[in-house]
Ligand binder design. Structure first.
Ligand SMILES: Cc1ncc(COP(=O)(O)O)c(C=O)c1O
Length: 402
């Protein structure tokens, strides 16, 4: 069958049958936003929604405390500051993630140390993380990439054995569970994003969740210009900034949150069908899901193409062809350490960390040759939508084989 990229008929006519849209909203959001508008209580200090949502979401993720803030990038910076990161402290991070995981370390005067990822999950490889520990290591950031929990058994043990702080980057992993425990509450602190592409969305927004009263109080102060909980308005015993979210964001989050459990189940169900069906197509390898992953948040659906399979279609050509078949997809990240930032930043220069020489082969293979991403709204579709993805992948792959 002729590929759409070569003038054939696409598997899916996206004009006639568009993919599910994002965000999903209705009168719940309208009502909540209007209530805030009409109340005149627009700031988190004026209203009660921000605090209420912080508690609801923290409890949902299995944590005692939550501090809402402006975005996931800020949430990571707040968590690192609350952890007491000092100038030059090393923080182990994976290279296969959004820039914020590593830039938050630089913003708090630390040094990101990249450790390679697991080839089957693209999450931080605990063995590589262990090998990256030095006397200057202070913390590890475990990213639950694409919504798939990292190996929290191994990473918790590693952090404990080496007296390291373990921060979870849960920006893609709302509702995800490892061994029946929700992410964010397994390490010392968990940082979430509510940016517009995320599975829980307020346009922008973030939260740090924790079971530690001490970390909670520190995060609260950092978000609230260094005030102390219960302290006077113009008393600032600590160094902080203004990272507060508004009541409008909290209102959206409360409304969006009512949909999160059902949407999570829906995505995960469709992702499992895809994992099963794509595994039958030669040259296509779905990501592996550890049996301790009890809920995968499926912020992205990621699978691997094998450029060396018969036919030898490059990943770039595969992605072009799949897009032409009406299945929007992309290649995703570059290894973070290739960004110019890591050649020039003064903290990095001061510590003589030479990222230009760094080679992490698993991350490089994933970024340069292997990974294909589908965005989360596509997983909110029908069984027919799922089958279109399978049919399009099979068609492109058959053409590669010839
Ligand atoms: C893994 C990861 N970490 C951090 C962030 C930063 O979140 P935000 O965009 O809310 O600043 C994102 C979001 O893009 C992310 O995907």
């Amino acid at each position: 069958m002729k590929l759409a990229i070569d003038g054939g008929t696409p598997v899916r006519d996206t004009q006639a049958r568009p993919w599910p849209g994002w965000p999903v909203w209705d009168e719940r959001e309208e009502q909540a936003l209007l209530e805030v508008l009409r109340s005149g209580r627009w700031g988190i200090w004026d209203g009660s929604r921000g605090e209420r949502f912080a508690e609801t979401f923290a409890r949902f993720q299995g944590a005692e405390y939550g501090v809402v803030n402006t975005n996931g990038t800020a949430a990571l910076e707040i968590a690192l500051r609350a952890a007491g990161l000092q100038m030059g402290d090393e923080v182990i991070v994976p290279p296969y993630t959004f820039i914020a995981t590593a830039s938050a370390v630089l913003m708090t005067n630390g040094v990101p140390v990249f450790a390679d990822i697991d080839p089957d999950t693209y999450n931080l490889d605990p063995k590589a993380a262990e090998a990256a520990i030095t006397p200057r290591t202070r913390a590890i950031i475990a990213v639950h990439i694409a919504g798939c929990p990292a190996d929290m058994d191994a990473l918790t043990a590693l952090a404990y054995d080496n007296s390291l702080i373990l921060i979870e980057d849960c920006c893609q992993a709302h509702a995800a569970e490892w061994g029946g425990r929700k992410v964010g509450s397994i390490g010392d602190m968990g940082a979430f994003s509510f940016q517009s592409s995320k599975n829980l969305n307020a346009g922008e927004g973030g939260i740090v969740v924790t079971n530690s009263r001490e970390y909670y109080e520190r995060c609260w102060s950092i978000v609230n210009v260094g005030r102390a909980i219960g302290g006077a308005w113009y008393d600032h015993p600590f160094l902080g900034s203004n990272y507060r979210m508004t009541e409008f964001q909290a209102a959206l989050l409360e409304a969006q949150f009512t949909r999160l459990p059902e949407q999570t189940e829906h995505r995960w169900r469709n992702a499992q069908i895809l994992n099963h069906r794509l595994a039958d197509i030669p040259g296509i390898r779905p990501m592996k899901v550890d049996e301790r992953v009890t809920v995968h948040a499926c912020h992205l659906y990621v699978f691997r193409v094998d450029e060396s399979a018969p036919g030898g279609m490059t990943r770039a050509r595969f992605i072009e062809a799949l897009n032409a078949e009406g299945v929007p997809c992309s290649a995703g990240y570059v290894p973070l350490y290739r960004n110019h930032l890591f050649r020039t930043h003064n903290t990095v220069a001061a510590t003589r960390m030479d990222y230009a020489k760094l080679r992490l082969p698993v991350a490089e293979r994933a970024c340069d040759h292997e990974a294909v991403w589908l965005a989360q709204p596509m997983l909110l579709g029908t069984p027919e939508d799922v089958q279109d993805i399978v049919d399009a992948v099979a068609k492109v792959q058959r053409a590669a084989v010839g």
